[in-house]
Ligand binder design. Sequence first.
Ligand code: DGL
Length: 267
Amino acid sequence: MEKQPIGIFDSGVGGLTVFKSIRETFPQEDIVYFGDTARVPYGPKSKKTVIDYSIQNTRFLLQHNIKLLVIACNTSSSVAIPYIQKITSIPVIGVILPGAEAAYNISSNKRIGIIGTEGTIRSNAYVDEILKFNDSVETFSKACPLFVSLVEEGWIKNPATEIIIDNYLSYFKEKDIDTLVLGCTHYPVLSPVLNKYFEGKVNLVDSSHAILSKIQQYVDEDKTCIGTSQFFVSDNEEKFMKIANMILGYPIHDLKRVALGESWFVD
Ligand code: DGL
């Protein structure tokens, strides 16, 4: 039987945090990654636009005969899954449910913070999923849009980053949270500084790890072969390569630029 790849898409380069954990955990799998670098960021865009872009990204990956679609982008995952499921019968896994489940399970005091893009926080998707486990959980949400730019600039240990972190996250200091969902592809890169900010007292939930158990059932059991990794972007290959190197810790090779077609989404 022909080997089918796992398809992953993100609004850009941040989804490589998800690619990285899938690549490391399932080395036997072929993976096709699409980063919509021409239209990033999705975070500040309307729900309709994010759904529209997500459907186009999915159609592109379906051309690669994927067996499973992983939506690495939190903003897309928070609004687009039901619409994507209308155009394909393959399994679709987003990052919201696994992240919410991991946060719920790890929190002892059931006081959970959530950070993400404006779109993800506006959607309330993490809160809705967490409350399905237990509606007495206290949740506290905050959009932290500048974190994306800090990561893309590579400003991880920069003093400016510490100031911006304090500006956004001081909100959580009085809330007595013991768990914080990193609800955006880029945020796990900031984990060391976030851990320092919370003095190691808050569990940081990284959806790129939480998603692995959901993928397990779809992977090839034979781990003897080494899977391929193909990357596609819609713009700016050089910048993608540079940030990819920072996120993955190694250079990527098989990268091509593609132009996506017209809109397919009709409300
Ligand atoms: N990939 C996006 C997310 O996880 C972050 C970057 C963007 O705003 O597009 O929500």
